[in-house]
Structures are given as structure tokens and as C-alpha cells.
Design a protein around this ligand. Structure first.
Ligand code: C2E
Ligand code: SIN
Ligand code: SIN
Ligand code: FE
Ligand code: FE
Length: 388
């Protein structure tokens, strides 16, 4: 596993005996930072740094269990890269499966040591400590893995195991709560996508429309300069834009031909209905979703519905989702029309700059077109569109 460049903090000069004061400072500094951290990736990196400094290890990794895939994963290089290994691999896998901490002075002679990564990278793992983390309900959720003591003879001592066990017990609670938090967020995300798909599937719109709209919105938001957090927020809220369609009668929603004026008037109410459905909540995410449902058919020049808002009176989320939604709707088969050719779609997007769409978003749309098109082919609907 030693194949990733590490950007751990520069270590203090190696001391043979860490004095108690120094140790307490490390524990205090890190546990404070870790307790305030809401990102699992950053918690993993901080915990690894803490363990590494406490026992003066050359490398230190915090692995957590992904039960659904029977794997251990971690992030290195400050959250940029994710690594995965089988749940039972190597010494750390042994510790995870058995619940026992290990202190191995010379791993090269231990049959449980996984030598593959050493062979691949040329990194020589000599001494290893592994310490499992136990959740408050008694389940093992992950483990520390430390490789090679710095200085001296390169071997860990029983005291190092004690220190790392201490680190595990101090930071374990924060790790557990951040893992639960991630679980909740990903559950929310799945529920929202499922909800959004109800709106689409009633109207027999195929497959991945809401997924694509979410991904396009994210790319556009980032390119417009929104923060990653806000772009993710929009990505989670935008799939619900058409949820109000569930209240539109089947005879209209699935009418093969063009709608009459009256039918279209009724169809337009999907915006107001969606707004009512989602607007009752105090959750920020659902409030944004309600806003998007309400405004995704407003047009920059004021000719949209339901309110006929113009320009910046339309919330940015509504303006972004409008671009993402129409771009995707044009490229998809609908009960009432065939998917358009890409060239024709591009032409419409350009023509509607400053009319239907915010000119700034269209500029960003064109600068990000390659990315948008790769999302489009990644989430292509199961039934390829026949040429029209
Ligand atoms: P949708 O099918 O998801 O389309 C979303 C938006 O994409 C449309 O909003 C429109 O701005 C754009 N769009 C989609 N297809 C075309 C097209 O062939 N030409 C042009 N110029 N724009 C297109 P819009 O028009 O407000 O429609 C809202 C929803 O009303 C549509 O969502 C669809 O569910 C329904 N709808 C609209 N026209 C018809 C129709 O003639 N027949 C039926 N059955 N439904 C329609
Ligand atoms: C690392 O490069 O430190 C992660 C994997 C390992 O320690 O074996
Ligand atoms: C490694 O596989 O390189 C780390 C030691 C182990 O868990 O076997
Ligand atoms: Fe809509
Ligand atoms: Fe849509």
C-alpha cells in the first residue's frame, strides 16, 4: 500500500523519549481539530497525522470498513486520493477481523503480512502496529496501521502500541459520528434521487434524466464560482425540480402529441405544486428544492412561468437548473417528441442566450461543454435514442 505520495506534516526531530507534555500537546491539538471536523476524509487524515506524531512512525494510515463492499478504505494526500483493499488483507485486515491489536517487530517474517505492495513500491515494511477501533455499540469500524518506527532500530515498542491505542480511543468517537453523518447524508441523497425519479417516471421519461440534471447543475455551479459545498447542495436539490408532475393527470402528462393551450396551462402548475409539496419543510435542502421546483421554468427575459420573473429576480439555482433541464430534455426522447441531434441542441442553447437563459450561465455552459457531454454519455439512458 505504500504507493501513494504522502504529504503528512513534517515531523518534529525524532526524540527517543517523547516527554509527557509534548504528547499531551499533540493529543490536545489534534482531538480539538478532529472533533470540529465534519468531513470523513479530513478526519482520516488528521487521525493518521496524530498517530504518526505520537509514535514517530514513518507511515500511519486510518482504515475504515466499507461493509457493503467488504473492503477497507482510506484517503491519503489530504483527502485527494482514496485507497481500497480487501477487508481481510494483511496485518491490518487480521486486526479488523479478529479485533486484536498487533505489534510486529519484523513483518517480513510474518505470514499474515501482505507483501504485494512492498514488492510493487519497493517500500520495506519492517515493523507494524495495528489497532482496531470499536464503535459505541461494540462493532469494529476500522483500524490504525502504523509502519516503521523512525530513527533508532526502526522497531516499535510496547509503549508505542499503548500510545496508538490511546489515540484510537480519543479520536474514535469523532470518527464514529462523522461516519454516521456521512451515512445520513448519502441516505438523504438516495431518497431525493428516488423522489425525483417518481416525477419523471410517471411521465415515462427514461432513466437517468434527474441524475444528469443534478450532475450538470454541479458542474455549472462550480464553473460559476460557487463553493464546492454550495455546488453539492444544488446537486442534491435539483433532482426534485419536476416532483409536482405527480399531480398532473395521466392523459396530459403522457399525451403522445402536442398539448392544447388549456392542457399546457394545467401542466404549468407542476411548478407551483412542487413548491407547495416541498416548501413546508425547514430543512435547508428541501427549501432549496422547493425554490428550484418553483422557478425552473422562469426565463431570463421574463416570459417564463409561473410568475414571469426576470433576470436576477430568478434565483441562481433556478437559472442553473433551467439550463441543465432543457439541455437534457432536448436530448432525450419524450412521449411527445424525439430526441434532438446534438447540433440542433447546441444551436438552441446559443440562440436562447439572454432570452430563455442567463447569458453568464450559457457562457459557462459552452466553456464546460466537453465535461457536460462526458456526463451525458456516462449516464446515457438504457434505450439508445434512434436517429430522428
Ligand atoms: P420536459 O419534457 O421535461 O421539458 C422541459 C423543458 O425543456 C420544456 O419546458 C422546454 O423548455 C424544453 N423542451 C423540451 N422539449 C422541447 C422541444 O421539443 N422544443 C423546445 N423548444 N423546447 C423543449 P416546457 O415547454 O415548459 O414544458 C414543461 C413540461 O411540459 C415538459 O417537461 C413536458 O413534461 C410537458 N410538455 C411540454 N410540451 C408538451 C407536449 O407538446 N406534449 C406533452 N405530452 N407534454 C408536453
Ligand atoms: C500509506 O502509503 O501509508 C498507506 C498504506 C500503507 O501505509 O501501507
Ligand atoms: C502492508 O500490507 O504493507 C502493511 C502491513 C500489513 O497490514 O500487512
Ligand atoms: Fe419542469
Ligand atoms: Fe425535468
Amino acid at each position: 500500500m505504500g504507493d501513494e505520495p504522502r504529504i503528512n506534516h513534517v515531523l518534529k526531530p525524532v526524540r527517543n523519549e517523547l516527554d509527557a507534555e509534548y504528547l499531551l500537546r499533540i493529543i490536545f491539538d489534534y482531538t480539538t481539530k478532529i472533533a470540529n471536523e465534519r468531513s470523513l476524509q479530513r478526519v482520516l487524515v488528521l487521525m493518521a497525522d496524530m498517530g504518526r506524531q505520537m509514535i514517530q512512525a514513518d507511515r500511519c494510515t486510518v482504515w475504515v470498513i466499507d461493509q457493503s463492499r467488504k473492503e477497507l478504505f482510506t484517503t491519503v494526500a489530504h483527502g485527494v486520493t482514496e485507497l481500497r483493499i480487501p477487508i481481510d488483507s494483511g496485518l491490518v485486515g487480521y486486526s479488523i477481523m479478529s479485533g486484536e491489536p498487533l505489534l510486529i517487530e519484523d513483518a517480513t517474517t510474518d505470514p499474515r503480512h501482505n507483501t504485494d505492495s512492498d514488492r510493487l513500491t519497493g517500500y520495506v515494511t519492517r515493523s507494524v502496529i495495528t489497532v482496531p477501533f470499536v464503535s459505541s455499540s461494540g462493532e469494529i469500524i476500522g483500524a490504525y496501521q502504523a509502519l516503521n518506527k523512525l530513527g533508532t532500530d526502526g522497531r516499535f515498542k510496547p509503549q508505542d502500541l499503548e500510545y496508538l491505542t490511546l489515540a484510537a480511543s480519543y479520536a474514535g468517537k469523532s470518527l464514529e459520528s462523522v461516519m454516521l453523518q456521512e451515512e445520513i447524508v448519502s441516505t438523504q441523497r438516495e431518497l431525493i434521487l428516488a423522489l425525483g425519479e417518481i416525477g419523471e417516471s410517471r411521465s415515462k421519461e427514461t432513466g437517468h434524466h434527474v441524475k444528469r440534471v443534478a450532475e450538470y447543475s454541479y458542474v455549472l455551479a462550480l464553473a460559476l464560482g460557487l463553493s464546492i459545498e454550495e455546488a453539492e447542495h444544488l446537486k442534491m436539490a435539483s433532482p426534485m425540480h419536476d416532483i409536482g408532475k405527480i399531480a398532473i393527470p395521466d392523459s396530459i402528462l403522457n399525451k403522445p402529441g402536442k398539448l392544447t393551450e388549456q392542457e399546457f396551462e394545467l401542466m404549468k402548475t407542476h411548478t407551483v405544486i412542487g413548491h407547495h409539496m416541498l416548501g413546508g419543510s425547514n430543512r435547508e435542502l428541501l427549501r432549496s428544492a422547493a425554490l428550484i421546483a418553483y422557478q425552473h421554468h422562469e426565463k431570463w427575459d421574463g416570459t417564463g412561468y409561473p410568475l414571469g420573473l426576470r433576470e436576477n429576480d430568478i434565483h441562481l439555482y433556478g437559472r442553473i437548473t433551467a439550463v441543465a433541464d432543457v439541455f437534457d430534455a432536448l436530448g432525450s426522447d419524450r412521449i411527445y417528441k424525439k430526441a434532438w441531434e446534438l447540433e440542433r441542441i447546441i444551436e438552441l442553447m446559443r440562440e436562447e442566450r439572454g432570452r430563455h437563459f442567463d447569458p453568464r450561465i450559457i457562457d459557462v455552459f459552452f466553456s464546460k461543454l466537453p465535461t457536460l457531454l462526458s456526463i451525458r454519455s456516462k449516464y446515457r439512458d438504457e434505450f439508445p435514442t434512434p436517429p430522428s
